[in-house]
Design a protein around this ligand. Structure first.
Ligand code: RIB
Ligand code: NA
Length: 339
């Protein structure tokens, strides 16, 4: 068996304007540069997983237009399996106009287009299908409709596949089932605040917020904290994991969170395989690791450290997927799974 990751999510063509500062309402501002790039949180996470050399399947929708076909070509180029990427006629591929300021900070608008046409009964995600049973880890976000997202999570649960829910972009009024089906939830600070109503302004507050999240289902929380790295929470245990390297220059932080989630999922797949006992399903391995204070904690921290490195490398270059590191660009030892 090889480490494998399945991502259900959105494809957006990123239309990025680099600007000296964010425009205010009613203002016309000169940008310094324009670039298009393959984006969408799901597609980005899949691209990061594939760039790290992991077998990656993407489930999503593009429109039958120029962007859609460019997306399919790019998926193939990156090495992502596209059998479950449907082409929807009569709608446009998702797009994301993005402004990036001189500090690398961004503001993003997403226009879903074809992404909204992913349905739980669509040809590529039949409820009785088994697309995820070849994967060790399934990753979902909140950029495609909830019905197929929940269907994929249920399928994963039924097949003993580990689920990671990245609740982005933050949204209110989510069904309880979403977190109930999450083995690991990985929000950023605003998403944590939205999901819990808890303050997120200190380490103590964050720790409490993760406990509130865990009461909603997931036995493990991996919190992303931007430039401050990430934090791991399992039960009453909590640890902040700083990035551990300083980016040479912060050029563009767009999609850094997706680099983190995609590389975390990849590293987790490697560690699950390394730890699995014969015949053990991935989710059973994860649950065993979560209850083992030494091995589990060590492996999860290693996944977070590696994901921190990938995300911090991605901010040094413009764009999202094209800025993600490949495995040979990473410091040695990141994929070491021997304890
Ligand atoms: O997380 C970054 C992504 O969010 C961008 O690629 C954009 O497409 C939006 O989906
Ligand atoms: Na980048």
């Amino acid at each position: 068996m090889e480490p494998s990751v399945c991502v259900v999510g959105a494809c957006n063509m990123d239309l990025v304007a680099y600007v000296p500062r964010m425009p205010v309402i009613g203002e016309t501002l000169h940008g310094t540069k324009f670039q298009m790039g393959f984006g969408g949180k799901g597609a980005n996470q899949a691209a990061q997983a594939a760039k790290l050399g992991t077998a990656t399947t993407f489930i999503g929708r593009v429109g039958d237009d120029v962007f859609g076909h460019q997306f399919l070509d790019n998926f193939k180029k990156v090495g992502i399996r596209t059998d479950h990427v449907g082409v929807v006629s009569g709608v446009s591929t998702g797009v994301a106009p993005i402004n990036v300021d001189q500090h690398g900070a961004n503001s993003i608008v997403i226009v879903n287009g074809a992404n909204d046409h992913l349905t739980e009964n669509g040809p590529s995600l039949p409820p009785s299908g088994n697309q995820t049973d070849c994967a060790l880890v399934l990753v979902v976000q909140l950029e495609v409709p909830l019905a197929p997202t929940l269907a994929a999570l249920r399928l994963a649960r039924a097949h003993g596949v580990v689920t990671i829910v990245n609740p982005a972009p933050a949204r209110e009024g989510l069904p309880a089932e979403l977190l109930a089906l999450a083995d690991i939830v990985s929000p950023n600070e605003p998403e944590t605040h939205m999901l819990t109503g808890c303050p997120v302004d200190s380490e103590a507050a964050l720790r409490q917020a993760t406990e509130t999240l865990m009461r909603q289902g997931p036995p493990c929380v991996v919190l992303t904290l931007g430039a401050r790295g990430a934090a791991l929470a399992v039960g009453s245990r909590f640890e902040q994991v700083p990035v551990g390297r300083t980016p040479a220059k912060v050029v563009d932080t767009t999609g850094a969170g997706d680099s983190f989630v995609g590389s975390f999922a990849t590293l987790l797949a490697h560690h699950l395989l390394a730890s699995a006992t014969p015949g053990e399903q991935p989710r059973a391995t994860l649950l065993r690791l979560l209850s083992s204070p030494h091995e589990g904690w060590t492996r999860l921290l290693a996944c977070i450290r590696g994901a921190n490195v990938c995300a911090s490398m991605s901010v040094e270059r413009e764009g999202t997927q094209c800025s993600y590191p490949t495995r040979d660009q990473l410091p040695a030892g990141l994929f070491e799974t021997r304890l």
